[in-house]
Write a protein that binds this ligand. Sequence first.
Ligand code: HEM
Length: 207
Amino acid sequence: MARLKAETQDLHTAAERHPFQAAMAAGRVSREEYVRWLGQMLLVHRRLEARIREAMDAVPALRAVVRPFQFQEPYLLEDLALFGVRPEELTPTPAAAAILADLDRAAASRPLALLGFHYVLEGSNNGSRFIARSIRRALGLTPGRGDRFLDPYGESQRDNWAAFKRDMEAQRFSTGDIDFLVSAAREMFAAISRLSGDVAASPVAPA
Ligand code: HEM
């Protein structure tokens, strides 16, 4: 976990400073942009989580670390339903489509990559909990309604992250495995930054 954190720090800083992420953190996004973000994250999480489920039998580390409550699809579906978005109408932006293809490729070639991807998205809950406060204020959301994905664990965030780290540390990864996890995590960080760019750039959907 120390290597994952240290060796992705530059990309975390870049992701945090991405104009769209910074705007969300400052509560300067419109409802449309926020909902567009949720829609794209649903497409990403849905595919990642399906691939993780399929790979669990073959990859002991996935089985040992990934817990059902970490799957974000249900929280995203709940949020999107509240905003009246029908998931079947969502289409991936170019960056999201590239992520979906990467997930399929990774699952077929070396599914341990899925754990590196999952690390990035599970870890992002640490910052999202703070972003949720700004988004609630900016969009007038009642806690628990429309913000489940940003703050899925509430007061359990710290404990859940500590448990994730403990479970990762308990795995017997070779140095080569860790190199591979770091490179998968770096890929996901970069991909999420590109997706942030797509969401910020998309035209506002007609009412
Ligand atoms: C404005 C945006 C963001 C803010 C303010 C933010 C803030 C934070 C904070 C405060 C932590 C906790 C550090 C700790 O307790 O050790 C954290 C951890 C983390 N964040 Fe972010 N974050 C942001 C965006 C993102 C994005 C977009 C991603 C993913 C693409 C991400 C992925 C992670 C990961 C993986 C960790 C865990 C690092 C580790 O301990 O291994 N963050 N973030």
